[in-house]
Write a protein that binds this ligand. Sequence first.
Ligand SMILES: [Zn+2]
Length: 276
Amino acid sequence: MKWISHAGKAVLCALALGAALAFPAGKGKADPVSVKKAAIIIDDFGNDLKGTKEMMELPVPFTAAVMPFLPTTKRDAEWAHRLGHDVLVHLPMEPVKGKKSWLGPHPIMTDLSDEEIRKRVEAAIDDVPYAIGMNNHMGSKATADERVMRIVLEVCRERHLLFFDSRTSYRSQVPVLAKQLGVRTEENQLFFDDVYSRSHIIKQLALFKKKLDQNRVCTAIGHVGVTGVPMAEELKKTVLELSPEVTFLTLSEFIAVKTKGNQDEASPESAGKLQN
Ligand SMILES: [Zn+2]
């Protein structure tokens, strides 16, 4: 029960921050006992890619992952923050395959020294205003590298940032290291647009609904860029259909609510309450 009331509190906080005006889908009909929670992360902001405006104007809070050192990095981070969305540093990290040119400036490569990795991570954080955490852009090679991820997550800890693992590698070191270092973390469960077609996005949105029915919580990633416009259009339809039965939270709210829920489940006090 505490879990639910805390979720209500998260909604109230969002309302207090002026989100009521920014998110008409939630306005006036936010249901404090709605138990399904979703966090949507949209990657690749910062370069004025297709769908940027359409995505920013989604009628629910989401989390904008903004790439550092690009022409609209600061504009997009400030824009998202102003609308009540969370901002992440979308940190470019080395993939197993793929062109270096896809990575963007100053990527985290596995052949860099400890000092250079730390310098690049700190510079990326300093370049993206309002960031409450970071997630990886690409990174199937770098996130599986223990040395690299230890440095990245140590900087997160020092800066009080969370790390969202996009899960581009099944061998990601993030879950174990984040726990060890005490960094708040969460991981992606679904890519909406890993295949570039509207029909695939629609299929993935149906899967998203199914996961919410089964597990009550879900995280998912979409993108601006090639798929940006159809992604924003289909996502908007889905969130309007699911609100207010599903509460859409920013990533920091989602992690706070989930952590509180787990603590309550584990405490004998709440176990007693559940039996009553
Ligand atoms: Zn990306």
